[in-house]
Write a protein that binds this ligand. Structure first.
Ligand SMILES: Nc1ncnc2c1ncn2[C@@H]1O[C@H](COP(=O)(O)OP(=O)(O)OP(=O)(O)O)[C@@H](O)[C@H]1O
Length: 256
């Protein structure tokens, strides 16, 4: 575990500097974000390599959702640097960011209740080649194929979550931001979501996950960043999670 220096096996990063490793799909440097006058992010530094799944851990109010929203340009004011595929996005609009290939699945899922599963699924525009076809999405989430004509109001929480993820897979986005995909779901559904995320990893998607469910996060992630008070305070590689002392430390960060 690393406190003062945040680093990954292939691309060491000193705090406040930007990695230049070619495999880094996303590099965030000293990201600060505000809601009105209130500052939520005080200097986030992290990097995500192409094909990796990285989880942001931390207590309620630590700044995990705000980090995802900042990546998408959804905070009214943000400063610092967010580089995606080498291009700076800090001044880009949410629309421009989505068109670059970043898909956001918010905690509240945002399913349109009056539309059917199929209508929800085809609503977001395809922004670039390489997205999944409807047949591939139905293979990944068979429940959605069965519920194709059901209105959003009739879906279970698990089905809504599957639909929320499925919607961004068609668009051609290659970086997926998933905010608490297991929240409020039964263990059997969480298992299905985990299975789907592992399939997406196999397909080469890069994923940033926000999770309170550490056991779930550990089953799909290569690395973890711990966020406290709008800053990254620790970085943990999956291999370290085998160490009970590391797990105890993570639980202390999460107050569980
Ligand atoms: N819309 C908002 N307006 C004002 N302050 C906000 C807003 N959303 C979040 N905040 C504040 O920003 C800080 C970070 O919140 P954030 O939602 O990013 O935390 P989190 O780690 O995702 O926690 P949670 O799991 O509770 O969502 C908190 O102090 C929170 O109160």
């Amino acid at each position: 575990m690393l406190d003062a220096v945040i680093q990954t096996p292939q691309s060491p990063i000193q705090p406040g500097t930007v990695s230049t490793a070619p495999a880094d799909l996303l590099v965030i440097d000293n990201l600060r974000g505000w809601y009105g006058e209130s500052q939520a992010l005080h200097g986030i530094n992290l990097n995500v390599r192409r094909g990796e799944t990285v989880t942001l851990l931390g207590r309620n109010g630590a700044g995990k959702t705000s980090t995802l929203r900042s990546i998408m340009g959804l905070l009214a004011r943000r400063e610092g640097s967010v580089k995606f595929s080498g291009s700076e996005l800090i001044a880009a609009s949410p629309d421009q960011i989505a068109r670059r290939g970043i898909g956001y699945c918010p905690e509240e899922r945002g399913i349109f209740a009056g539309l059917t599963v199929q209508e929800n699924l085809v609503l977001p525009p395809i922004i670039k080649a390489g997205g999944m076809t409807l047949a591939e999405i139905h293979q990944l989430f068979p429940n959605l194929a069965e519920r194709s004509t059901s209105p959003g109001t009739k879906l279970s929480g698990g089905e809504q979550q599957m639909l929320a993820i499925a919607r961004i897979l068609r668009t051609g986005a290659d970086l997926l931001l998933l905010d608490e995909p297991t929240e409020g779901l039964a263990p059997v559904i969480i298992e299905q979501i985990g299975h789907a995320i592992n399939k997406l990893k196999e397909r080469g998607f890069t994923i940033i996950l926000v999770e309170q469910n550490f056991n779930f996060a550990a089953s799909v992630s290569e690395r973890f960043y711990v966020i406290e008070d709008g800053r990254v305070v620790d970085h943990i590689a999956a291999a370290e999670v085998a160490d009970p002392a590391t797990v105890a430390n993570i639980h202390s960060y999460l107050s569980i």
